[in-house]
Design a protein around this ligand. Structure first.
Ligand code: SF4
Length: 264
């Protein structure tokens, strides 16, 4: 067989051109990422919660979070949302509404078995029904309702709610912020995931995120409410377990997004 040396040389040159252009594209991508980081640093713009909140506010505006018609509904939602998606909680809330039982007084006089059937879609319904029933009963019997509790001091509210089974830190902060308008920040698993990926904190914890958020964005209650709502939407829309970085509107501020997506 006769080997055409010209052909071999031509193929060799084409291969070299393809490799060079691929290397150039990768280099351009890396330069682009470095450029953005350098630009951020030069402007003293290393991402923090204040800058990040402003970006999210531009995207989501006023989120109106917590989505509920009454304060009772918020308390009910904080118990039902544990370990399940908000979609499932909405179904249970709708079911309670259709029964005319979406308030703490009605729940406190409902048999636990009936309550657990009504909130079935939220998962762990027997456990949640028991906890929600106990909490409702205690609020109604000791205060007559949430309105009267609004006169309690912060520490009295914290003592009351944290003494209840099923009220952990996230639930407590949600109640303090959204029911009683107290400057608490709600840190959930979405917040921790996003904080780490964005690169604001390498090992975010509930306490570290709470204190950094308050220090960087202040204790304005409406801002704290809206920030949490925007993080929920970002987690639902883009920053899922498997993130959709290519479409994500905050990718250029995100360490993970800039490291894992190659195109500029
Ligand atoms: S770019 Fe990716 S990792 Fe970063 S916030 Fe968006 S979806 Fe999450």
């Amino acid at each position: 067989m006769v080997i055409d040396t010209n052909l071999i040389s031509m193929l060799h040159n084409i291969g070299a051109i393809i490799l060079t252009s691929r290397q150039q594209t990768e280099e351009q991508g890396n330069l682009h990422k470095q450029g953005i980081r350098k630009e951020n640093k030069q402007r003293g713009n290393r991402i923090n919660y204040r800058i990040f909140y402003r970006e999210l506010e531009k995207i989501y505006g006023n989120t109106g979070w917590w989505p509920a018609e009454t304060r009772d509904e918020i308390v009910i939602g904080t118990i039902l949302t544990q370990n399940t998606s908000w979609k499932n909680v909405e179904k249970s809330i709708d079911q309670l509404k259709s029964l005319g039982k979406c308030n703490l007084a009605a729940i406190s006089s409902l048999p636990v078995e009936k309550l657990s059937q009504a909130i079935r879609s939220s998962g762990f319904y027997n456990q949640k029904a028991k906890r929600l029933h106990e909490l409702s009963k205690k609020i109604v019997s000791e205060f007559g309702g949430l309105d009267k509790m609004a006169f309690l001091s912060d520490s009295e509210l914290i003592d009351f709610f944290s003494s209840m089974t099923g009220v952990g830190q996230e639930t407590l902060d949600s109640i303090m912020l959204y029911v009683f308008d107290k400057p608490h920040f709600v840190v959930d698993k979405y917040t921790l995931r996003i904080s780490m990926r964005i690169g604001i904190e390498s090992v975010p914890t509930l306490e570290s995120v709470k204190s950094h958020v308050i220090a960087e964005i202040g204790n304005d209650v409406e801002t704290l409410k809206n920030f949490h709502g925007a993080l929920v939407y970002l987690a639902k829309d883009y920053c899922r377990k498997t993130p959709l970085c290519k479409e994500c509107p905050v990718r250029k501020s995100c360490d993970y997004g800039m490291t894992h997506v190659t195109e500029p």
